[in-house]
Design a protein around this ligand. Structure first.
Ligand code: NAD
Ligand code: GLY
Length: 368
Protein backbone atom coordinates (compact mmCIF):
# COMPACT_ATOMS: atom_id res chain seq x y z
CA UNK A 1 0.00 0.00 0.00
CA UNK A 2 1.53 3.42 -0.88
CA UNK A 3 2.33 5.66 2.03
CA UNK A 4 -0.72 7.93 2.41
CA UNK A 5 1.65 10.93 2.39
CA UNK A 6 2.67 10.01 -1.15
CA UNK A 7 -0.95 10.38 -2.29
CA UNK A 8 -2.22 13.92 -2.85
CA UNK A 9 -5.88 14.22 -1.94
CA UNK A 10 -7.98 17.08 -3.31
CA UNK A 11 -11.62 17.32 -2.34
CA UNK A 12 -14.39 18.48 -4.67
CA UNK A 13 -16.89 19.85 -2.13
CA UNK A 14 -20.41 19.34 -3.52
CA UNK A 15 -22.55 18.56 -0.47
CA UNK A 16 -23.75 14.97 -0.59
CA UNK A 17 -21.91 14.50 -3.91
CA UNK A 18 -18.53 15.53 -2.41
CA UNK A 19 -15.69 13.31 -3.65
CA UNK A 20 -11.91 13.06 -3.54
CA UNK A 21 -9.34 13.21 -6.34
CA UNK A 22 -6.44 10.93 -5.40
CA UNK A 23 -3.16 11.67 -7.17
CA UNK A 24 -0.02 9.55 -6.91
CA UNK A 25 2.40 7.13 -8.52
CA UNK A 26 1.69 3.48 -9.12
CA UNK A 27 -1.87 3.76 -7.80
CA UNK A 28 -3.74 1.47 -10.21
CA UNK A 29 -3.03 -1.54 -8.01
CA UNK A 30 -4.95 0.28 -5.25
CA UNK A 31 -8.17 0.50 -7.33
CA UNK A 32 -9.86 -2.39 -5.49
CA UNK A 33 -9.00 -1.11 -2.01
CA UNK A 34 -10.18 2.39 -2.87
CA UNK A 35 -13.35 1.10 -4.52
CA UNK A 36 -14.14 -0.79 -1.31
CA UNK A 37 -13.43 2.27 0.84
CA UNK A 38 -15.82 4.32 -1.31
CA UNK A 39 -18.67 1.81 -1.13
CA UNK A 40 -18.61 0.79 -4.80
CA UNK A 41 -21.08 -2.08 -5.46
CA UNK A 42 -19.59 -5.56 -5.74
CA UNK A 43 -20.31 -5.77 -9.45
CA UNK A 44 -18.44 -3.39 -11.72
CA UNK A 45 -17.70 -2.92 -15.39
CA UNK A 46 -14.48 -1.25 -16.48
CA UNK A 47 -14.85 0.65 -19.77
CA UNK A 48 -11.60 1.32 -21.58
CA UNK A 49 -10.16 1.55 -25.09
CA UNK A 50 -7.94 -0.61 -27.28
CA UNK A 51 -4.78 1.40 -26.51
CA UNK A 52 -5.22 1.49 -22.75
CA UNK A 53 -6.52 -2.08 -22.25
CA UNK A 54 -3.24 -3.92 -22.93
CA UNK A 55 -1.31 -1.46 -20.75
CA UNK A 56 -3.47 -1.03 -17.66
CA UNK A 57 -6.66 -3.14 -17.69
CA UNK A 58 -5.09 -6.30 -16.15
CA UNK A 59 -3.76 -4.37 -13.12
CA UNK A 60 -7.15 -2.74 -12.49
CA UNK A 61 -9.15 -5.98 -12.87
CA UNK A 62 -6.69 -7.90 -10.70
CA UNK A 63 -6.87 -5.30 -7.94
CA UNK A 64 -10.68 -5.25 -8.05
CA UNK A 65 -10.89 -9.04 -7.91
CA UNK A 66 -8.39 -9.20 -5.06
CA UNK A 67 -10.78 -7.06 -3.05
CA UNK A 68 -13.81 -9.22 -3.81
CA UNK A 69 -15.32 -7.36 -6.76
CA UNK A 70 -16.91 -9.12 -9.71
CA UNK A 71 -15.15 -7.13 -12.39
CA UNK A 72 -15.66 -7.37 -16.14
CA UNK A 73 -14.64 -5.05 -18.96
CA UNK A 74 -15.84 -3.46 -22.18
CA UNK A 75 -13.08 -2.41 -24.60
CA UNK A 76 -13.96 0.14 -27.29
CA UNK A 77 -11.84 1.35 -30.22
CA UNK A 78 -9.79 4.45 -29.37
CA UNK A 79 -10.65 7.91 -30.73
CA UNK A 80 -13.01 10.88 -30.53
CA UNK A 81 -15.48 9.36 -33.04
CA UNK A 82 -16.38 6.81 -30.35
CA UNK A 83 -18.14 9.53 -28.35
CA UNK A 84 -21.29 8.73 -30.28
CA UNK A 85 -24.85 7.54 -29.75
CA UNK A 86 -24.02 4.52 -31.89
CA UNK A 87 -21.21 3.44 -29.53
CA UNK A 88 -23.35 4.22 -26.48
CA UNK A 89 -26.11 1.98 -27.82
CA UNK A 90 -23.66 -0.88 -28.33
CA UNK A 91 -22.50 -0.52 -24.72
CA UNK A 92 -26.11 -0.45 -23.41
CA UNK A 93 -26.67 -3.72 -25.29
CA UNK A 94 -23.56 -5.29 -23.77
CA UNK A 95 -24.68 -4.22 -20.28
CA UNK A 96 -28.21 -5.55 -20.81
CA UNK A 97 -26.88 -8.88 -22.11
CA UNK A 98 -24.72 -9.14 -18.97
CA UNK A 99 -27.83 -8.36 -16.90
CA UNK A 100 -26.14 -5.35 -15.36
CA UNK A 101 -28.54 -3.78 -12.87
CA UNK A 102 -28.59 -0.57 -10.88
CA UNK A 103 -26.10 -2.02 -8.39
CA UNK A 104 -23.40 -2.16 -11.05
CA UNK A 105 -20.65 0.45 -11.02
CA UNK A 106 -19.03 1.86 -14.16
CA UNK A 107 -15.29 2.51 -13.99
CA UNK A 108 -13.81 4.66 -16.78
CA UNK A 109 -10.18 3.72 -17.43
CA UNK A 110 -8.62 5.94 -20.10
CA UNK A 111 -8.55 9.44 -21.51
CA UNK A 112 -11.28 12.03 -21.85
CA UNK A 113 -13.05 10.11 -24.61
CA UNK A 114 -13.52 7.04 -22.44
CA UNK A 115 -14.32 9.20 -19.39
CA UNK A 116 -17.00 11.26 -21.17
CA UNK A 117 -18.58 8.23 -22.87
CA UNK A 118 -18.44 5.87 -19.87
CA UNK A 119 -19.76 8.68 -17.67
CA UNK A 120 -22.64 9.21 -20.09
CA UNK A 121 -23.45 5.50 -19.91
CA UNK A 122 -23.28 5.67 -16.10
CA UNK A 123 -25.58 8.71 -16.06
CA UNK A 124 -28.23 7.17 -18.32
CA UNK A 125 -28.24 3.37 -18.05
CA UNK A 126 -31.23 2.43 -15.88
CA UNK A 127 -31.40 6.09 -14.77
CA UNK A 128 -27.94 6.22 -13.29
CA UNK A 129 -25.17 3.99 -11.99
CA UNK A 130 -22.31 4.70 -9.56
CA UNK A 131 -19.30 5.96 -11.47
CA UNK A 132 -15.52 6.11 -10.94
CA UNK A 133 -12.95 7.95 -13.06
CA UNK A 134 -9.48 6.46 -13.55
CA UNK A 135 -7.95 8.96 -16.02
CA UNK A 136 -4.79 7.94 -17.91
CA UNK A 137 -4.03 10.97 -20.10
CA UNK A 138 -2.68 14.32 -18.96
CA UNK A 139 -5.79 16.02 -20.34
CA UNK A 140 -8.14 13.77 -18.41
CA UNK A 141 -6.08 14.02 -15.20
CA UNK A 142 -5.91 17.83 -15.24
CA UNK A 143 -9.44 18.44 -16.44
CA UNK A 144 -12.01 16.07 -17.90
CA UNK A 145 -12.21 13.48 -15.09
CA UNK A 146 -13.19 16.16 -12.57
CA UNK A 147 -16.48 18.03 -12.44
CA UNK A 148 -19.04 15.52 -13.69
CA UNK A 149 -19.54 16.70 -17.26
CA UNK A 150 -20.20 13.56 -19.28
CA UNK A 151 -21.47 13.24 -22.81
CA UNK A 152 -21.25 12.34 -26.44
CA UNK A 153 -21.03 14.26 -29.71
CA UNK A 154 -23.82 14.89 -32.24
CA UNK A 155 -23.07 15.29 -35.97
CA UNK A 156 -24.07 18.96 -35.54
CA UNK A 157 -21.81 19.66 -32.57
CA UNK A 158 -19.43 18.41 -29.94
CA UNK A 159 -20.63 17.38 -26.47
CA UNK A 160 -24.20 18.31 -27.42
CA UNK A 161 -25.79 15.32 -25.65
CA UNK A 162 -24.85 14.80 -22.02
CA UNK A 163 -25.42 15.12 -18.33
CA UNK A 164 -23.82 16.15 -15.07
CA UNK A 165 -22.91 12.95 -13.25
CA UNK A 166 -20.22 13.21 -10.60
CA UNK A 167 -17.85 10.30 -9.94
CA UNK A 168 -17.58 8.73 -6.47
CA UNK A 169 -13.82 9.25 -6.66
CA UNK A 170 -11.12 10.06 -9.19
CA UNK A 171 -7.93 8.01 -9.21
CA UNK A 172 -5.13 9.78 -11.12
CA UNK A 173 -2.11 7.51 -11.39
CA UNK A 174 0.70 9.73 -12.68
CA UNK A 175 2.81 6.69 -13.69
CA UNK A 176 0.34 5.94 -16.50
CA UNK A 177 1.47 9.17 -18.23
CA UNK A 178 4.86 7.57 -18.97
CA UNK A 179 3.34 5.63 -21.88
CA UNK A 180 1.64 8.69 -23.41
CA UNK A 181 2.94 9.81 -26.81
CA UNK A 182 4.29 13.38 -26.86
CA UNK A 183 1.29 14.56 -28.87
CA UNK A 184 -1.03 13.55 -26.02
CA UNK A 185 1.14 15.40 -23.49
CA UNK A 186 0.70 18.47 -25.72
CA UNK A 187 -3.09 18.00 -25.59
CA UNK A 188 -3.00 17.98 -21.80
CA UNK A 189 -0.81 21.08 -21.81
CA UNK A 190 -3.63 22.88 -23.65
CA UNK A 191 -5.85 22.61 -20.57
CA UNK A 192 -2.89 23.37 -18.25
CA UNK A 193 -2.19 26.67 -20.05
CA UNK A 194 -5.93 27.40 -19.91
CA UNK A 195 -5.90 27.27 -16.09
CA UNK A 196 -2.99 29.71 -15.96
CA UNK A 197 -4.73 32.24 -18.20
CA UNK A 198 -8.18 32.04 -16.62
CA UNK A 199 -7.28 31.86 -12.95
CA UNK A 200 -3.67 32.11 -11.86
CA UNK A 201 -1.01 34.50 -13.17
CA UNK A 202 1.69 33.04 -10.87
CA UNK A 203 0.99 29.52 -12.15
CA UNK A 204 1.14 30.86 -15.73
CA UNK A 205 4.57 32.44 -15.05
CA UNK A 206 5.97 29.10 -13.90
CA UNK A 207 4.71 27.28 -16.98
CA UNK A 208 7.50 28.05 -19.46
CA UNK A 209 10.07 25.75 -17.84
CA UNK A 210 7.37 23.31 -16.75
CA UNK A 211 6.13 22.76 -20.29
CA UNK A 212 9.53 21.56 -21.51
CA UNK A 213 9.86 19.25 -18.48
CA UNK A 214 6.35 17.86 -19.06
CA UNK A 215 7.22 17.15 -22.71
CA UNK A 216 10.13 15.05 -21.34
CA UNK A 217 7.57 13.18 -19.17
CA UNK A 218 9.14 14.53 -15.97
CA UNK A 219 7.04 12.92 -13.24
CA UNK A 220 7.43 15.67 -10.64
CA UNK A 221 6.27 18.34 -13.08
CA UNK A 222 3.36 16.26 -14.35
CA UNK A 223 2.23 15.54 -10.81
CA UNK A 224 2.44 19.23 -9.87
CA UNK A 225 0.41 20.20 -12.95
CA UNK A 226 -2.27 17.60 -12.16
CA UNK A 227 -2.53 18.66 -8.50
CA UNK A 228 -2.60 22.42 -9.24
CA UNK A 229 -5.11 22.15 -12.10
CA UNK A 230 -7.40 19.82 -10.11
CA UNK A 231 -7.33 22.32 -7.22
CA UNK A 232 -8.40 25.09 -9.61
CA UNK A 233 -11.07 22.94 -11.25
CA UNK A 234 -12.43 21.91 -7.86
CA UNK A 235 -12.61 25.60 -6.86
CA UNK A 236 -14.66 26.44 -9.97
CA UNK A 237 -16.94 23.37 -9.98
CA UNK A 238 -17.77 23.63 -6.29
CA UNK A 239 -19.01 27.20 -6.86
CA UNK A 240 -20.95 26.51 -10.05
CA UNK A 241 -21.52 22.81 -10.64
CA UNK A 242 -24.03 23.21 -13.50
CA UNK A 243 -22.38 26.07 -15.36
CA UNK A 244 -24.81 28.85 -14.57
CA UNK A 245 -21.97 31.39 -14.50
CA UNK A 246 -18.40 31.00 -13.27
CA UNK A 247 -17.87 27.50 -14.73
CA UNK A 248 -18.17 28.91 -18.26
CA UNK A 249 -14.63 30.34 -17.88
CA UNK A 250 -13.37 26.76 -18.34
CA UNK A 251 -14.43 27.16 -21.97
CA UNK A 252 -11.66 29.66 -22.79
CA UNK A 253 -10.22 28.64 -26.17
CA UNK A 254 -13.03 26.15 -26.75
CA UNK A 255 -15.39 28.22 -28.97
CA UNK A 256 -12.83 28.43 -31.77
CA UNK A 257 -11.18 25.17 -30.64
CA UNK A 258 -14.35 23.12 -31.12
CA UNK A 259 -14.96 24.72 -34.54
CA UNK A 260 -11.41 23.84 -35.69
CA UNK A 261 -11.75 20.31 -34.32
CA UNK A 262 -15.05 19.76 -36.13
CA UNK A 263 -13.79 21.33 -39.39
CA UNK A 264 -10.99 18.74 -39.39
CA UNK A 265 -13.50 15.91 -38.90
CA UNK A 266 -12.04 15.30 -35.39
CA UNK A 267 -9.00 13.81 -37.14
CA UNK A 268 -6.52 16.53 -38.13
CA UNK A 269 -6.47 18.30 -34.74
CA UNK A 270 -6.92 16.62 -31.39
CA UNK A 271 -9.04 18.33 -28.74
CA UNK A 272 -6.15 19.76 -26.71
CA UNK A 273 -4.32 20.98 -29.83
CA UNK A 274 -7.48 22.70 -31.06
CA UNK A 275 -7.90 24.34 -27.63
CA UNK A 276 -4.31 25.66 -27.74
CA UNK A 277 -4.91 27.23 -31.17
CA UNK A 278 -8.33 28.40 -29.99
CA UNK A 279 -6.78 30.20 -26.99
CA UNK A 280 -4.27 31.91 -29.27
CA UNK A 281 -7.02 33.18 -31.59
CA UNK A 282 -9.35 34.18 -28.75
CA UNK A 283 -6.50 36.15 -27.13
CA UNK A 284 -6.06 38.00 -30.45
CA UNK A 285 -9.79 38.77 -30.41
CA UNK A 286 -9.49 40.06 -26.86
CA UNK A 287 -6.67 42.40 -27.95
CA UNK A 288 -8.71 43.67 -30.91
CA UNK A 289 -11.75 44.45 -28.79
CA UNK A 290 -9.43 46.35 -26.45
CA UNK A 291 -9.48 44.09 -23.41
CA UNK A 292 -5.97 42.64 -23.04
CA UNK A 293 -2.81 44.71 -23.55
CA UNK A 294 -0.14 43.93 -26.14
CA UNK A 295 2.48 42.73 -23.65
CA UNK A 296 0.13 40.18 -22.04
CA UNK A 297 -1.14 39.07 -25.46
CA UNK A 298 2.47 38.35 -26.51
CA UNK A 299 3.16 36.38 -23.32
CA UNK A 300 0.19 34.10 -24.02
CA UNK A 301 1.18 33.85 -27.69
CA UNK A 302 4.81 32.97 -26.84
CA UNK A 303 3.80 30.30 -24.34
CA UNK A 304 1.41 28.62 -26.78
CA UNK A 305 3.99 28.77 -29.59
CA UNK A 306 6.54 27.02 -27.34
CA UNK A 307 4.39 23.88 -27.58
CA UNK A 308 4.82 21.70 -30.70
CA UNK A 309 1.54 21.95 -32.63
CA UNK A 310 0.35 20.71 -36.02
CA UNK A 311 -0.77 23.40 -38.46
CA UNK A 312 -4.46 24.28 -38.60
CA UNK A 313 -6.03 22.97 -41.83
CA UNK A 314 -7.73 25.82 -43.73
CA UNK A 315 -11.51 25.74 -43.90
CA UNK A 316 -14.32 28.04 -44.89
CA UNK A 317 -14.98 30.98 -42.62
CA UNK A 318 -18.74 30.45 -43.05
CA UNK A 319 -18.44 26.85 -41.83
CA UNK A 320 -16.37 27.81 -38.78
CA UNK A 321 -18.82 30.59 -37.85
CA UNK A 322 -21.78 28.23 -38.26
CA UNK A 323 -20.23 25.81 -35.75
CA UNK A 324 -19.50 28.68 -33.35
CA UNK A 325 -23.13 29.85 -33.54
CA UNK A 326 -24.16 26.36 -32.34
CA UNK A 327 -21.83 26.56 -29.34
CA UNK A 328 -23.60 25.97 -26.01
CA UNK A 329 -22.74 29.52 -24.83
CA UNK A 330 -24.47 31.00 -27.91
CA UNK A 331 -28.13 30.50 -27.05
CA UNK A 332 -29.36 33.29 -29.36
CA UNK A 333 -27.02 32.51 -32.31
CA UNK A 334 -24.68 35.32 -31.26
CA UNK A 335 -21.13 34.06 -30.84
CA UNK A 336 -19.76 34.39 -27.32
CA UNK A 337 -16.23 34.02 -26.04
CA UNK A 338 -14.44 33.83 -22.73
CA UNK A 339 -11.85 36.58 -23.27
CA UNK A 340 -8.72 37.19 -21.20
CA UNK A 341 -8.56 40.70 -19.64
CA UNK A 342 -5.07 39.97 -18.34
CA UNK A 343 -3.23 36.77 -17.47
CA UNK A 344 -5.21 35.29 -14.56
CA UNK A 345 -8.55 37.01 -15.23
CA UNK A 346 -11.15 36.48 -17.95
CA UNK A 347 -14.62 37.73 -18.86
CA UNK A 348 -17.81 35.69 -18.65
CA UNK A 349 -19.25 34.82 -22.12
CA UNK A 350 -18.98 37.99 -24.23
CA UNK A 351 -20.57 38.60 -27.64
CA UNK A 352 -18.11 39.39 -30.45
CA UNK A 353 -19.06 40.60 -33.94
CA UNK A 354 -18.72 37.96 -36.64
CA UNK A 355 -16.78 40.32 -38.92
CA UNK A 356 -14.02 40.66 -36.34
CA UNK A 357 -13.89 36.88 -35.76
CA UNK A 358 -13.58 36.28 -39.54
CA UNK A 359 -10.77 38.82 -39.79
CA UNK A 360 -8.77 37.10 -37.06
CA UNK A 361 -9.30 33.68 -38.69
CA UNK A 362 -8.16 35.06 -42.05
CA UNK A 363 -5.13 36.83 -40.54
CA UNK A 364 -4.09 33.50 -39.05
CA UNK A 365 -4.60 31.89 -42.51
CA UNK A 366 -7.04 29.40 -41.03
CA UNK A 367 -9.98 30.33 -43.24
CA UNK A 368 -10.86 31.49 -46.72
P1 NAD B 1 -8.41 10.39 -25.64
O1 NAD B 1 -9.31 9.87 -24.60
O2 NAD B 1 -8.76 10.17 -27.06
O3 NAD B 1 -6.94 9.84 -25.37
C1 NAD B 1 -5.92 10.18 -26.24
C2 NAD B 1 -5.20 8.94 -26.81
O4 NAD B 1 -4.32 8.43 -25.81
C3 NAD B 1 -6.13 7.80 -27.17
O5 NAD B 1 -5.63 7.20 -28.34
C4 NAD B 1 -5.99 6.84 -26.00
O6 NAD B 1 -6.24 5.51 -26.38
C5 NAD B 1 -4.55 7.04 -25.63
N1 NAD B 1 -4.19 6.78 -24.23
C6 NAD B 1 -4.91 7.05 -23.13
N2 NAD B 1 -4.17 6.83 -22.03
C7 NAD B 1 -2.97 6.38 -22.45
C8 NAD B 1 -1.76 6.02 -21.78
N3 NAD B 1 -1.65 6.14 -20.46
N4 NAD B 1 -0.72 5.59 -22.52
C9 NAD B 1 -0.80 5.54 -23.89
N5 NAD B 1 -1.90 5.91 -24.57
C10 NAD B 1 -2.97 6.34 -23.85
O7 NAD B 1 -8.23 11.98 -25.50
P2 NAD B 1 -8.06 12.97 -24.27
O8 NAD B 1 -7.20 14.06 -24.78
O9 NAD B 1 -7.69 12.28 -23.02
O10 NAD B 1 -9.54 13.53 -24.07
C11 NAD B 1 -10.17 14.31 -25.05
C12 NAD B 1 -11.65 14.30 -24.78
O11 NAD B 1 -11.93 14.88 -23.51
C13 NAD B 1 -12.45 15.11 -25.80
O12 NAD B 1 -13.54 14.36 -26.23
C14 NAD B 1 -12.95 16.30 -25.00
O13 NAD B 1 -14.16 16.80 -25.47
C15 NAD B 1 -13.07 15.71 -23.63
N6 NAD B 1 -13.04 16.69 -22.53
C16 NAD B 1 -14.00 16.61 -21.60
C17 NAD B 1 -14.00 17.48 -20.53
C18 NAD B 1 -15.03 17.34 -19.45
O14 NAD B 1 -15.09 18.19 -18.56
N7 NAD B 1 -15.83 16.30 -19.46
C19 NAD B 1 -13.00 18.46 -20.42
C20 NAD B 1 -12.01 18.51 -21.39
C21 NAD B 1 -12.04 17.62 -22.46
N1 GLY C 1 -13.94 21.39 -19.26
C1 GLY C 1 -15.10 22.23 -19.09
C2 GLY C 1 -15.84 21.97 -17.82
O1 GLY C 1 -15.60 21.02 -17.13
O2 GLY C 1 -16.72 22.72 -17.49
Amino acid sequence: MPNSKSVTRITVPLGERTYPILIGDDLLKETGRLAKEHGIPRSCVVITDTNVAPLYLPAVIKSLQRHGFEASSIVIPAGEVQKSLRRAEKIYTQLLRRRAGRRTAIIALGGGVVGDLAGFIAATYQRGLPFVQVPTTLLSQVDSSVGGKVGINHPLGKNMIGAFHQPLFVLADISTLQTLPEREIVCGLGEVVKYGVILDAAFFSRLQGGIQAALRHDTKTLRRFVAECCTMKSFVVSRDEREDGLRSILNFGHTIGHALEKAGGYRSLKHGEAVLWGMLAETMISRRVGLIDREQEFRIYDLIRSVPLPEVPRSSSAQLLRTMRNDKKSTDAQIRFILPRSIGTVTLPTVVEEKLISRVLRDLSWSY
